[in-house]
Design a protein around this ligand. Structure first.
Ligand code: ACM
Length: 536
C-alpha cells in the first residue's frame, strides 16, 4: 500500500514570552496547575490529619460522596489520612448550584477547610486543587503532617471543552492504562477524553453485529520498523487487541465518576482499511485488503453504497449505546478520493445527486451520518476536512490542520475545538536534538510552545469567538508502543495544556509556570508516572 501525504513534521517558532518577576527569589507562592482564577494566600496553616473529619452539607448527596471517595481513596490506602465522615467535621464540603459550571470555592483557614462547588465536577476540581496544597507525594504515603497553607481560592474553567486524545489503534493500550490516563486527565481538570478507536492498522471496539471487526480487523500481521519511508521493513510480529463491551462499559463508568466525558471516534470514510480487510464488500474495488502494517494515508476507503451506510449505522448504534456523552467523533480526515473517482457507482451517485466534484460526495457521506446521529440524540464532531464538500448543519469541527478550519467553521456558526498540530500534537519531539529523545514521528513541540497557545483566534468577531468551545491535544501512537512512552510524550506538556484550557489568558506566565511544575514533576515521580525532564 502506498502512503500518501501525511502529517507534516513541522518546525514551530518559539514565541518570546515575557518573564514574570514576582516570586522569583522565593519560588512561586503556590504550585497549583492549572493556575486558579483567583487565589489569595494568607498566613498560618491548618493541620490536616486523621483526626479531621468530613462534614457533607447534604448527607444524602451521593454524587458528592462518590467524588470525595474517589479523591480520598489513595490517601486512605496509603495510610496518610482516614478522612472519615462526621457531622460537624472541620473539612466541610457542599454543592450549592451557584456560579459557573465546574466552578468551586476553596478556603483553608486555621480552623478547617471549606469547599463549596457549583456541581460535582467542581467539587472534584476543588479537591484536586487541595491536593496541590500538600507535599507532592502526600497521597502515596510517607508524609508526617499535612500543614495546609491558609488560602482562599475561587476558580472556574475558561473553556467547557478541555480535551486529551489517545490513539489506541496504531498501538493498543490495555484497559488499566486507559483508566490511568483518564485519572491523569481528571487530576488536571481535563474533562474530555477523545478515544481514537479505529484505524487502517486496527479496529479496537467490539461490535456484536460484525464479529469480523474483532476477529480480523483488530489484528495486523506485523508492524513496520522505523519511519519506513523507503522500503517496508517489518518486525514479523503479529499485533493487535480490542476492548470488549464489558471493558468499555467499565471504562465509561470510571470516566463518568471522574467527570471525564469520553468521545469515541469511529473513522470514516478514510482510515478504514482494517474494517475493509474484514468486510471488503464495503470498498469500491474488490480487495482483498489487509490490516495495514505501515503508517500513512491509504486510498482504500469506504464506498458510499447503501450497504456501507447500513453497516456504519449499525456500528454507530452499538457505539451510541455504550457512550453516554453527547458527541460521536466520525473522523472525516485524510480520505483520498482516488477510488471514488474511479468508481462507476460513485459516478452514478454524483449524477443522481447533481454533484460535479467528488468532494461533494464526502459532504454527502458525512451529512447522512450526521442525520443518523442527530436522530439518535447525538451530535457529530469531525476533523476539519468535514468542511470540504459541504459541512453538515449541526457539526462541531475539530481544527487540526492549523486554525483556518476552526476560523471558517466558527464564522459559519459551528462549534469548534482547536487542536492545531503546530501547538497541540504531542506525538512531536520535545527537543531539537532528536537523537536524545525516544524515536518519534518528527516535528518539534517544546513545552513553551504548547504553553503559548491561545485557542481563540484574535481576528474573530465576538460572536464567533463564543464558538470556540475549547482545545485538545492529540497523542498519535505510531511510534509509541508502551504506556511509559505515552506518559513521556504527555508529560509535562499536558500540564501546559491544562493551563491553556482552564486558566485565564492574562493569568498565564511561562516562567512562573516552570517554577510551579517542579512540584508536579515530583508528584509524577511519587505516582510512578514517566515524563520528559525539563531542559536545563
Ligand atoms: C489527523 O491528524 N489526521 C487528524
Amino acid at each position: 500500500m502506498k502512503a500518501l501525504s501525511y502529517r507534516p513534521a513541522i518546525q514551530v517558532t518559539i514565541m518570546a514570552l515575557t518573564t514574570f518577576a514576582a516570586g522569583c527569589d522565593r519560588g512561586p507562592a503556590h504550585s497549583i496547575v492549572p493556575v486558579p482564577q483567583q487565589i489569595v494566600m494568607g498566613s498560618g496553616t491548618f493541620a490536616l490529619n486523621s483526626d479531621v473529619e468530613v462534614h457533607f452539607a447534604d448527607q444524602a448527596d451521593e454524587g458528592a460522596r462518590s467524588v470525595f471517595d474517589i479523591w480520598a481513596t489513595p490517601f486512605r490506602e496509603s495510610g496518610t489520612l482516614t478522612l472519615g465522615a462526621a457531622e460537624g467535621g472541620a473539612f466541610r464540603i457542599g454543592v450549592d448550584g451557584e456560579g459557573a459550571p465546574e466552578s468551586y470555592r476553596l478556603a483553608v483557614t486555621t480552623d478547617g477547610i471549606d469547599l463549596t462547588a457549583a456541581d460535582h465536577a467542581g467539587l472534584l476540581y476543588g479537591l484536586q486543587t487541595l491536593s496541590q496544597l500538600m507535599p507532592p507525594g502526600a497521597e502515596t504515603g510517607g508524609t508526617a503532617a499535612l500543614e495546609l497553607p491558609v488560602t482562599e481560592i475561587e476558580d472556574a474553567p475558561r473553556f467547557a471543552y478541555r480535551g486529551m486524545h489517545l490513539d489506541v489503534a496504531r498501538h493498543f493500550f490495555p484497559p488499566d492504562f486507559i483508566k490511568h490516563y483518564i485519572d491523569l486527565l481528571a487530576r488536571y481538570k481535563i474533562n474530555r477524553f477523545h478515544w481514537h478507536l479505529t484505524e487502517d492498522q486496527g479496529w479496537r471496539i467490539e461490535i456484536d453485529r460484525y464479529p469480523r471487526l474483532t476477529e480480523i480487523a483488530a489484528f495486523r500481521e506485523q508492524t513496520q520498523i522505523g519511519h519506513g519511508l523507503d522500503e517496508f521493513n517489518g518486525d514479523g510480529i503479529r499485533y493487535g487487541g480490542f476492548y470488549t463491551k464489558d471493558e468499555i462499559r467499565d471504562i465509561v463508568a470510571y470516566a463518568q465518576a471522574r467527570h471525564v466525558t469520553i468521545i469515541p471516534e469511529i473513522e470514516m470514510p478514510g482510515h478504514a482499511q482494517a474494517a475493509l480487510a474484514a468486510y471488503p464488500e464495503l470498498a469500491c474495488t474488490e480487495g482483498p485488503f489487509e490490516v495495514a502494517m505501515t503508517w500513512g494515508v491509504f486510498e482504500d476507503i469506504y464506498c458510499p453504497y447503501e450497504e456501507t451506510f447500513e453497516f456504519l449505522e449499525n456500528v454507530l448504534a452499538e457505539v451510541i449505546e455504550l457512550f453516554p456523552g453527547e458527541y460521536i467523533h466520525i473522523g472525516g480526515d485524510e480520505a483520498p478520493k482516488t477510488r471514488w473517482e474511479e468508481s462507476e457507482y460513485v459516478r452514478d451517485l454524483m449524477v443522481r445527486e447533481g454533484f460535479n466534484d467528488v468532494e461533494q460526495v464526502q459532504g454527502y457521506f458525512i451529512r447522512r451520518i450526521e442525520r443518523f446521529l442527530n436522530a439518535n440524540g447525538k451530535r457529530l464532531i469531525g476533523w476539519d476536512e468535514i468542511l470540504e464538500g459541504g459541512l453538515p448543519p449541526n457539526a462541531t469541527v475539530m481544527s487540526w490542520r492549523g486554525t483556518i478550519g476552526g476560523i471558517e467553521a466558527s464564522r459559519r456558526g459551528h462549534d469548534v475545538v482547536m487542536t492545531p498540530y503546530s501547538h497541540l500534537y504531542f506525538d512531536y519531539y520535545q527537543s531539537e536534538d532528536q537523537d536524545a529523545e525516544p524515536f518519534a514521528i518528527g516535528g518539534f513541540l517544546p513545552l513553551d510552545t504548547v504553553y503559548s497557545y491561545e485557542p481563540v483566534p484574535p481576528q474573530l468577531r465576538d460572536r464567533d469567538k463564543e464558538r470556540i468551545i475549547g482545545a485538545q491535544a492529540n497523542v498519535w501512537t505510531e511510534y509509541m508502543k508502551t504506556g511509559d512512552h505515552v506518559e513521556y510524550m504527555l508529560m509535562p506538556r499536558m500540564l501546559a495544556l491544562s493551563e491553556v484550557v482552564w486558566s485565564a489568558a492574562e493569568a498565564k506566565d511561562y516562567e512562573n509556570f516552570l517554577e510551579r511544575i517542579e512540584w508536579h514533576l515530583a508528584r509524577l515521580d511519587a505516582l510512578g508516572v514517566n515524563y520528559r525532564p525539563l531542559d536545563d
